[in-house]
Write a protein that binds this ligand. Structure first.
Ligand code: F6P
Length: 566
């Protein structure tokens, strides 16, 4: 059996590359790949030591060093030519202008309007969307302040101590990630919880030992039609009323965020307690909208404004900067290079910042729901690999878990390392000039990226006296690419910039593949089948013969298990 060689594209990618003749610049990159695809990062660096500083770009307080990618100047020129051929600058302009770029759903894509200053105007039809955005931001600010200051009272007059966001996907992952990321800036007396899963355990554990008199639920659903969210919202109402014993209590303990005000009203939420969003905000791009109400309650309106300002700073950079210096565009193009030309299948996000623990989960939806598509906007097959599989965990924890595979596995994984110059929780000895514990954390980040890129040769092992029988085990092949992102400190501003950076990198990738990054039709089939099956399970009739034999057998077995006492 032959061992896969890191320098060559993986089989699947090779096949799709061969099957693809997307454009002249794509073909030029294929030819270029044939010339440099096997070049080791050690050789790239020895041929051009200056790349370490040259392959760096700054934006919105972040530095991206992308020198440890398997690229040279010709690769970059080729990727930039590809971006122009795919009309990336025009697509960016179209998004910011509110053109209907989500063509399958016939919608504008205007999450960038959510962070535009109040002085700006953007007309979609005869509506100024920025005025709408700021009206809702004011409503959110006043409500958040009331909750934070204890002015908003529960049904029995108690101030709110627990805020539970009920929502799933984009109506949970962003707020949950940001509340954790910005915990340092949050009002600690408020207990923030997130309930997503239709598994009853999620709600049961969230409310365990809570007092309903001091618990506020935010029912967060753009459509207000999502099965999991509505089921959990009904269960939460039952739990709440179980303690409060008065239907009128709902008004004090439930608010909603939705673009479907009628459905929220039908659920029993007063219209003045519904925070609006609009169909031009995609679920996974909605953190800056009223979907972020829980974030605003946790950190306060002024920190929330800083979060928006950080997003805005990255938005302006993306909108106004030529591609060669454009951080999100370069990150997106490098992802295309790694994915389609070098054959990577996954991408790891490795924040060396404990507060960013939920960032990989957030980026999974952002990236894979956006670009996990197989047809182009015109319905034709894409013809190459699309979204990488995103995964990751904070460093240094991952180093003691999956990094073995990153360093010596037969697959290789491009990594995004994310770190900060200052810790929010300095821990080193007081007499040291710097925070030594943070230095240790960052030393690990730099060491990992270096080890992945440069590895360790058999000769270096022998020189260290490694016995011959262990040399092969001690060799690190290296040549494993990574990006490193650095900013001064994790703040609302830097978090906003980081989120917008990834949003626009995903946009860039989608533009290159020619896909609609803003629909999610791939989640529909499972939803429909689950609803049909749930109805059958509830009716306890025989499973429908329309199921395949495996599903039918599993449903029968489930029923037996459901009714068996031991
Ligand atoms: O099922 C996918 C999805 O539509 C996501 O795109 C969205 O973020 C999530 O469900 C929740 O949708 P809603 O906010 O409408 O409840």
């Amino acid at each position: 059996m032959s061992t896969p060689t890191l320098g060559r594209p993986h089989n699947l990618a090779t096949k799709s590359i061969e099957a693809t003749s997307l454009s002249a610049s794509w073909q030029a990159l294929l030819d270029h790949h044939a010339r440099i695809g096997d070049t080791h990062l050690r050789d790239f660096f020895s041929a051009d030591p200056g790349r370490g500083t040259r392959y760096t770009v700054e934006a919105a307080g972040f530095t991206l060093n992308y020198a440890k990618n398997r690229i040279d100047k010709e690769t970059l020129d080729g990727l930039i030519a590809l971006a122009h051929e795919c009309e990336l600058p025009a697509r960016i302009a179209a998004m910011f202008a509110g053109e209907v770029i989500n063509t399958t759903e016939q919608r504008a894509v205007l999450h960038t309007a959510l962070r535009a200053p109040v002085t700006e105007r953007l007309w979609v039809g005869d509506v100024d969307v920025i005025a709408q955005v700021h009206a809702v931001l004011s409503q959110m600010s006043s409500f958040s302040e009331q909750v934070r200051n204890g002015v908003w009272r529960g049904h029995t007059g108690q101030p709110i101590r627990n805020v539970i966001n009920i929502g799933i996907g984009g109506s949970s992952l962003g707020p949950k990630m940001a509340c954790e990321a910005l915990k340092h800036y949050s009002q600690r007396g408020l207990n923030m919880q997130f309930v997503s899963n239709v598994d009853g355990t999620a709600l049961a554990e969230a409310v365990h030992e809570l007092d309903a008199t001091e618990t506020l639920f935010i029912v967060c659903s753009k459509s207000f039609g999502t099965q999991e969210t509505l089921t959990n919202a009904k269960a939460a109402r039952a739990w709440s009323l179980g303690q409060l014993q008065d239907e009128s209590a709902v008004a004090h303990h439930f608010v909603a965020v939705s673009s479907n005000v009628q459905a929220a009203k039908a659920f029993g939420i007063a219209p003045q307690h519904v925070f609006a969003l609009w169909n031009w905000v995609g679920g996974r791009y909605s953190m800056a909208s009223a979907i972020g109400l829980s974030i605003m309650i946790a950190i306060g309106p002024s920190h929330f404004s800083e979060l928006l300002a950080g997003m805005r700073a990255m938005d302006e950079h993306f909108r106004d900067t030529p591609i060669k210096d454009n951080m999100p565009a370069l990150m997106g193009l490098l992802a295309v290079w790694n994915n389609d030309f070098l054959g990577a299948q996954t991408q790891a996000v490795l924040p060396y910042e404990q507060y960013l623990a939920y960032l990989p989960a957030y980026l999974q939806q952002l990236t894979m729901e956006s670009n996990g598509k197989q047809v182009r906007r015109d319905g034709q097959p894409v013809g190459c690999q699309t979204s990488p599989i995103i995964w990751g965990a904070p460093g240094t924890n991952g180093q003691h878990s999956f990094y073995q595979l990153l360093h010596q596995g037969t697959r290789w994984v491009p990594c995004d390392f994310i770190g900060f110059g200052q810790s929010l929780n300095p821990m080193g000895p007081a007499d040291e000039p710097f925070d030594t514990q943070h230095d240790l954390l960052m030393a690990n980040l730099f060491a990992q990226a270096q080890a992945l890129a440069f590895g360790k040769t058999a000769q270096a092992c022998r020189d260290e006296g490694v016995p011959e029988r262990l040399v092969a085990h001690r060799v690190f092949e290296g040549n494993r690419p990574s990006n490193t992102l650095l900013a001064r400190k994790l703040t609302p501003h830097s978090l906003g910039a980081l989120v917008a950076l990834y949003e626009h990198s995903v946009f860039t990738q989608g533009a290159i593949w020619g896909i609609d990054s803003f629909d999610q039709l791939g989640v529909e089939l499972g939803k429909v089948l689950a609803e049909r099956t749930a109805a059958e399970l509830a009716a306890s009739a025989q499973p429908s013969p329309s199921h395949d034999s495996s599903t039918q057998a599993l449903i029968q077995r489930y029923r037996q298990l459901r009714e068996t006492s031991r």
